[in-house]
Design a protein around this ligand. Structure first.
Ligand code: PMP
Length: 384
């Protein structure tokens, strides 16, 4: 069953499963208790922290805080920064995930500025810099890779600009981590991500925070995670996260060219099949695993249902926006009209996806196109 919805979630990786079972059996004790067995659990926790830090190649400037995932991390960062910075302004890009956008609106209120993206969905750096020049900005959040389009954001350039204006920088790296090299992220003030996008179980993630940032507390009520996130650690989940991250990170660079080629072949096949199909974000650097397709006809839910019958799972825009039933704010920020957003599909491959899977997906699209075009025309969405 070719799963093409990895941006929503990925299957458990074998190495993560093995690490999870081992830690659940051997280190089930509370790592914070004063017993020798708990000390061993704590040592395992420390080992995982060091291994994750090594993937980020951080040199003691940042600390690794394990948590339940990017939603928790993003909320914690936004809340902490809004509370700390008093009257400081915040800038977030217009294509941030709801777990950044909503806490940003709630905690910063009218101190929040939303920076525009260009038609390819990439942060407009000139506009971003102009906003910084106005002064008073203490915090910015720019994601690494967009969950709906796969478009890579210029987060490093944005971070340099923000730092030169004295603002702290957060990057939601949820769709980047495990797919592209993570080492350069270690220069930022905050990095957040979830493990289930690259083969760890759901409900475990990571937050990188600067070691000197002593007054960051994601949760209160305990001294776990060096006082930065209270609550008993999910050691088995953390061990699985560590194993999945290490193996995903190890193959990220060596397999990049091949994976990009497969994505490009799929896009070429789709364009040959339907010359008026459009790739959202075309021309921008994008993740190797993700293609956002603006279909020339038929609402996206019809494509999803027909592909599903053929055992191919793809998504309508993004899993998060589809459940809310609202057209995607990401596509709107890129200038797509609502009827175009309603024809948009997202396909997202994973670590185990093969070239044959991509080819089979394009073939399934061809068959479904013939089916849908043969139907009565109900739900046909045409540009107005
Ligand atoms: N940020 C981005 C960019 C995402 O894609 C997601 C998941 N769709 C999240 C944050 C939230 O991740 P989680 O649901 O694992 O907390």
């Amino acid at each position: 069953m070719p799963w093409f919805d990895h941006n929503a979630t990925a299957p458990l990786a074998p190495e993560a499963r093995a690490a999870w079972l081992d830690a659940a059996d051997s280190h089930w004790q509370n790592p914070s208790a004063p017993t020798s067995a708990s000390a061993r659990a704590h040592a395992k926790l420390d080992e995982c922290r060091a291994r994750v830090a090594a993937v980020f190649d951080e040199h003691e400037k940042q600390v690794v805080v394990f948590n339940s995932g990017a939603t928790e991390g993003n909320n914690a960062v936004l809340c902490s920064e809004a509370y700390k910075t008093g009257s400081g302004l915040a800038i977030v890009s217009a294509v941030e995930h709801a777990s950044v956008m909503e806490p940003a609106r709630r905690h910063f209120g009218d101190r929040l500025i939303v920076a525009p993206v260009d038609a390819r969905g990439r942060l407009d750096l000139a506009a971003f810099e102009a906003l910084l020049r106005r002064g008073g900005v203490t915090f910015v959040s720019v994601m690494a890779a967009n969950n709906e389009t796969g478009v890579l954001q210029p987060w490093m350039q944005a971070a340099r600009l923000a730092a030169s204006h004295g603002a702290k920088v957060h990057c939601d790296a949820t769709q980047w981590l495990g797919r592209l090299p993570a080492d350069s992220l270690a220069c930022l003030d905050y990095v957040t991500a979830s493990g289930h996008k690259f083969g760890a179980p759901k409900g475990v993630g990571v937050l990188l925070v600067r070691a000197c940032n002593r007054d960051f507390h994601g949760q209160f009520g305990g001294s776990q995670e060096n006082g930065r996130r209270a609550g008993t650690e999910d050691l088995a989940g953390i061990a699985a996260f560590t194993a999945a991250l290490e193996s995903a990170a190890a193959e990220a660079l060596p397999r990049l060219a091949e994976r990009l080629a497969w994505r490009d072949e799929f896009e070429a096949a789709m364009t040959a099949l339907m010359p008026d199909v459009e790739i959202n974000g075309a021309g921008a650097e994008r993740l190797w695993n993700c293609v956002s397709l603006k279909m020339p006809r038929h609402v996206s839910s019809r494509w999803v249902a027909r592909l599903d019958r053929r055992d191919f799972q793809v998504a309508v825009g993004s899993a998060c926006s589809s459940s809310a039933g609202k057209p995607s704010s990401v596509l709107a920020a890129m200038g797509l009209a609502e009827h175009e957003a309603r024809r948009t599909l997202r396909v997202s491959a994973g670590r185990a996806t093969t070239r044959a899977d991509w080819v089979a997906l394009a073939e399934a699209f061809a068959a479904v196109a013939a089916e849908l075009d043969g139907d009565s025309g109900a739900n046909l969405v045409v540009p107005v």
